[in-house]
Design a protein around this ligand. Structure first.
Ligand code: SAM
Length: 275
């Protein structure tokens, strides 16, 4: 039977459906530029996701494109890609990578190191994704694969103190990460979801990476909350994969040891939603 969604064999398809998703991607040749962002994703991971939810040559949209993890991954597996990003600093890093690197097979290498290497084609546009998505034609993208800010008040303490989280746009009102409350954040996710729904053809997928959080002494299952907000605008929540990049795991933090159970959240949710 013809595979309607992607170019994988049945065995490759099956092996990609486990809910536990462990990877060990080493830093690639562009990592030293992308790491300024702090919440960037391995292009190899994004390539695997894009490869599952599209066929060769189809168009993938990443509305929260950062320094281009999805666009680089899409280029590795020969898909078209379009990214939107609010912060000019991240757009410039991606464009520098486009100028200085090419693809040698699936690998990103410095220009000059691979004669005949392929250019990185995906275009990244500076601006607010809600406005930019509204300007695209209905049904015009084959998949939306993205990694939005994870909720509110990452602030100068807490989250930021624990990571090299440079992606915060302190003064930018349109940044989803600056929502004043969880309710406001989920409201923005619904606005995003309505645009995403309009842009996808029937039966195609929105894939979102969303980390859970721990705040005010309680676990916040942000992944499920985001999935539910997207169900409310029409998507079907088909499932998730719990992604863990073993190679870059930080040491466990001794939060309240001997007093209260506090988890070290070592996974991210890859939410899979279908129109
Ligand atoms: C988790 S990061 C994405 C990182 C990306 N996956 C990568 O590999 O670089 C989320 C990004 O969304 C951007 N962002 C936040 N609100 C936005 C908006 N309204 N429109 C476009 N981008 C936005 C942030 O500036 C940030 O770079």
């Amino acid at each position: 039977m013809r595979n309607k969604l992607n170019d994988l064999t049945n065995a490759e398809w099956l092996y990609w459906t486990s809910t536990i998703y462990e990877t060990s991607f080493p830093p690639d040749a562009t990592h030293h530029l992308r790491k300024a962002h702090g919440a960037m994703k391995p292009p190899e991971l994004m390539a695997e996701i894009v490869r599952f939810f599209t066929k060769k040559g189809e168009l993938v949209l990443d509305p929260f494109a950062g320094v281009g993890g999805t666009l680089l991954g899409a280029a590795m597996v020969r898909r078209e890609a379009l990214g939107f990003e609010l912060n000019p600093r991240w757009v410039e890093i991606y464009r520098r990578i486009q100028r200085e690197f090419v693809l040698d097979g699936h690998r990103l290498v410095k220009k000059g190191e691979a004669p005949g290497g392929r250019e990185i084609p995906g275009k990244m546009v500076l601006g607010d994704c809600l406005e930019l998505m509204a300007a695209l034609q209905p049904g015009s993208v084959a998949a939306i694969v993205t990694d939005p800010p994870y909720g509110v008040a990452h602030g100068p303490t807490g989250f930021k103190a624990e990571t090299n989280f440079a992606m915060i746009n302190a003064e930018e009102k349109k940044d989803f990460g600056n929502a004043a409350s969880l309710e406001e954040y989920l409201g923005l996710i619904k606005r995003f979801g309505r645009e995403a729904y309009r842009l996808l053809p029937e039966g195609r997928y929105l894939v979102m990476l969303v980390g859970d959080r721990f705040a005010d002494g309680e676990y916040v299952p942000l992944g499920y909350m985001v999935a539910n907000a997207l169900r409310e605008v029409g998507f079907k929540f088909k499932g998730l994969r719990l992604w863990w990049n073993k190679a870059t795991q930080r040491p466990l933090k001794p939060y309240a040891v001997g007093k209260v159970f506090v988890p070290n959240i070592t996974h991210q949710n890859i939410l899979i939603l279908r129109k």
